[in-house]
Design a protein. Sequence first.
Length: 476
Amino acid sequence: MAHLRLAGLAVAVVGREGVRFARAYGRARRDGAPMTLDTPMVIGSTGKQFAGLAIQALVAHRRLRLDDTVAELLPHLGGAVGAFVDVTVQQLLAHRSGLSRASGLDVFRLRPAAQTIRDQARHLLRAQPIARPGDRFAYSNANYVVLGAILEAVTGGTYESALQDLVAGPLGLVATTADLQRAREAGLAEGEYTWFRLANARTPASVAEATAPAGYLASTARDLAVLLRAHLGGPTGLHASVLEAARAPLGDAVPPAEYASGWIVRALPEGAGVVDGARGGRPPQLWEHDGDSLRTMSYLALVPELDVGLAMLTNTALGTDGRRFTVLSTELLHDVLGIPSPPRRHDPFLAAVPVFFALPVLQVAGSTWTVASARRARPSRAAGRPVAAAVALALATAGLVTAFVVVPRRTRSRATDSWWWVAVPDLAVSVAASVAAAVGTLVLHAGPALRLARQKTSGLGVEAWRIDTSAWRSKR
């Protein structure tokens, strides 16, 4: 636990006949309360399958069809006009509606456009699509927020009531809820954040009711174990056809995976032959999904052919080092299955993050060197001034490129977007400090640079970089 920098962790491994392994580690809250299998945690995007199950239950009850459109179901929220009138329930489930990733991040920003599912859905249906309905896969929380509004419209109640009546109640889940106040009363784990990859701290993040269908609901390792057993064929009050429909692929995702109702479905090539016993035989199919609430993380996996289900929950968001939880969950799943883990992939961006953290310090050091070089009166040391200035300007350029090119390209968000200030606050602070340092460096060198441009002879070039410190000296 210490080397993983996880405040708390809960793990459950199940099969059709019952729980094979279940244990909790670490703390649930800063007051020292221990993590248990019954500690509620916000699970993030793994909660999409609960919305998916609720939709499939309505389909099974013939209260909804997968080809029903937004125009038919949400006319009161503007669904009958605009770009999304022909979007179907199936396309929303499969992230093929044309709603963008960026629109789905609005609920996580410092100032979301709306707090309720209804109002957020109304806001989303006025957005500009990035593709025609059905054209391509684009993962977005927005799809499941709209599905939450559909659940409320069809059932006539709240998303929480639909969740309890259609999913949690029939499955026998006792702690799973979209009512976070209820979860707090049951001992909801405090989310923590690993700052600068060094230390954990309780770092609040805003949570709107509108995020519940996309994953901002609470559950426990014990409840998720019950859910996984039901999918594996264990005892359940939810009809098997609903569970089967929820696992059925609805369209292509990122190749070679497909997307079901809140599940990513793909083959496990490293497990080829474990199903049929033949060398190089058919690989098993994996249903999985991870979740990140920005302060907690989760992972669910199902391999029905091998009768294995895995649930992992932690109350720590690792921020820029979040891949460590992915590696942990992947390696644990493969250990349980008895197959070799795939090789770890190198990510140059993640490897460079410590440099991004250090850039503001390096920039300040470069500017300090420039000032110190300029204040040296000895002509013999004048040659070092352009070097110091060049280093400071190079660092300033690196800071600006990081802030306005590298980080936005990776996060797919503008540097001014408050979403990534909430998601990775340490990186955001570093980038902001880097921009401030870069501006300071440019201001510091603007005057000398203009004077240098006006010099007629190269002999005066070095002296042009000398910053006038006579005013400072006269004040001594």
